[in-house]
Design a protein around this ligand. Structure first.
Ligand code: HEC
Ligand code: HEC
Length: 424
């Protein structure tokens, strides 16, 4: 109740407005109204317009962070005017918004009345939003009627970052430089000169060897992280990881903490000052959080997929890379890119499913240095449809004891209210 009763108005700081999907909202002096339809934990920064739809769950109040079960919040229960994206959890719903914005190069405010101001009306139906809704149905019908229900046509298929899809192939395209848009699912390179095992073996050797990597069972790392669109050298940031499959990252922004956490069972996202500042992850988004946790000790990913395959080599920033990809039966896809020169990991991309298309998450590594005999990246960039943060680590602390609560549900008090911040 803290935030709701304080009467503070937060608007997204100027510095962060360039976030692709950041949205300003107001948490105001409203009280939680009657007839709540969903539950939410106390203290969470709930946008004014959503306040009436949340009930402060009595049960949640007595739970510690680590014990909080991840009961998915469903779109129709949490939002007011959902007509085509019904019956999906909030994480996937917000993922679809991210797919819209990235596919059409739009901001939330291009479809939503007042998004980016202190008085958003997400439930309003301006013309472009109505068009988008009709497009969702159209795309579902195309996939159903022409492709046997496979999700092969998405918003990106036609729009490619434009409001009005291009109709005619430009001749500069025919005779100019090739623009490569690799597919998500990569073809196996039948003539690959290396096997999956050889690529992983070389990687582990480059990392410092099996003995060294196996001796690293936990670490914390500190540094700065610059959110996309911000200026300056970034916000203080921390990462915590255990080789038993837990990871948590915290970017301490002025407005609150950007958090990604996975405790071995449940994954959480927190993006302060957004319409749904904190939510648990479901299905392939949750699997993705688990994948990220394993990738904190990337030599352990070898056993993640039983079906790794070697695809065609690519070039990233002028560096030739070996590419391996694997996939779970539920649809999580993971692609790893190893530098041919150093054998070290340069990038991974993983994909999660939504009803309108896949959400990519891309992590890039560089500036490897020695930590307890293991090569660890001192630069790390984490990007997905809602934000990107670019990390510069100053120090790693290997093999430390980490409080398990770090990996659990983020403290809702950090989701938008920061001590010392002046009320406006
Ligand atoms: C291309 C247009 C488009 C863009 C861009 C877009 N949305 Fe939406 N949004 C929609 C549509 C369409 C719906 C309604 C979906 C339905 O009826 O099932 C919707 C619904 C919502 C709702 C539920 C509102 C309610 O209470 O009913 C929220 C919240 C929301 N969007 C947030 C966002 C955020 C945050 C962004 C930026 C990341 C965003 N949207 C970007 C088209 C868009
Ligand atoms: C089969 C191709 C195709 C796909 C797939 C597609 N669109 Fe479109 N979309 C179009 C075309 C063509 C137009 C322009 C229509 C016109 O000019 O009347 C358009 C227009 C729009 C507009 C209106 C743009 C404006 O000028 O305001 C929105 C919004 C939109 N699409 C959203 C989406 C979303 C969201 C998806 C994915 C759910 C999607 N589209 C998928 C073809 C497509």
């Amino acid at each position: 109740m803290k935030v709701l009763s304080k009467g503070l108005i937060f608007a997204v700081a100027v510095a962060t407005t360039a976030w692709l999907t950041s949205i300003a909202f107001a948490t105001g002096g409203t009280t939680v109204s009657a007839a709540p339809v969903s539950t939410y934990a106390p203290g969470t920064a709930i946008p004014r317009h959503l306040a009436g739809t949340f009930k402060l769950a009595a049960a949640a109040q007595s739970q510690t962070a680590a014990q909080t079960p991840a009961t998915p919040q469903m779109s129709d229960a949490v939002f007011k005017n959902v007509q085509v994206l019904k019956g999906i959890p909030v994480d996937q719903f917000m993922g679809t918004m991210g797919v819209f914005t990235t596919s059409l190069s739009l901001c939330c405010g291009n479809c939503h009345t007042g998004a980016g101001t202190s008085n958003p009306k997400w439930e309003d139906d301006p013309p472009r939003k109505r068009t988008a809704r009709a497009m969702v149905t159209m795309v579902q019908n195309i996939n159903k009627n022409s492709f046997g229900g496979r999700q092969v046509v998405t918003c990106w298929t036609c729009h490619r970052g434009q409001l009005a899809p291009s109709v005619t192939p430009p001749l500069d395209f025919a005779y100019g430089e090739a623009v490569v848009n690799p597919p998500d699912i990569l073809a196996r390179d039948q003539n690959a000169t290396k096997t999956v095992d050889q690529i992983f073996d070389k990687f582990i050797e480059a990392e410092g060897g099996a003995a060294k990597v196996n001796a690293l069972t936990s670490y914390t790392a500190k540094g700065k992280s610059l959110l996309f669109g911000e200026v300056g050298d970034g916000n203080p940031s921390e990462m915590f990881a255990k080789s038993t499959g837990q990871v948590a990252t915290f970017v301490h922004q002025q407005e609150g903490d950007v958090v990604r956490a996975f405790d071995g069972t449940t994954g959480w996202w927190q993006l302060p000052l957004t319409v749904t500042p904190q939510y648990p992850l479901t299905s392939t988004l949750a699997e993705g959080a688990k994948f990220d946790a394993v990738m904190a000790f990337p030599w352990k990913i070898r056993t993640y997929f039983p079906n790794w395959r070697v695809s065609f080599g690519q070039t990233i920033d002028g560096d030739d890379v070996d590419v391996v990809q694997g996939q779970t039966t539920t649809g999580l896809i993971g692609t790893l890119y190893f530098s041919k020169k150093t054998g070290l990991l340069k990038r991974y991309i993983r994909y999660a499913n939504t009803v309108v298309g896949r959400i990519p998450t891309q992590v890039d590594y560089s500036d490897y240095r020695d930590v307890a005999g293991v090569k660890m990246p001192f630069k790390y960039s984490y990007a997905w449809v809602s934000e990107r943060d670019d990390w510069t680590f100053t120090a790693y602390e290997p093999n430390v004891t980490i409080d398990g609560a770090k990996f659990g549900r983020p403290d809702p008090k950090t989701a938008g209210e920061v001590a010392g911040r002046k009320a406006k």
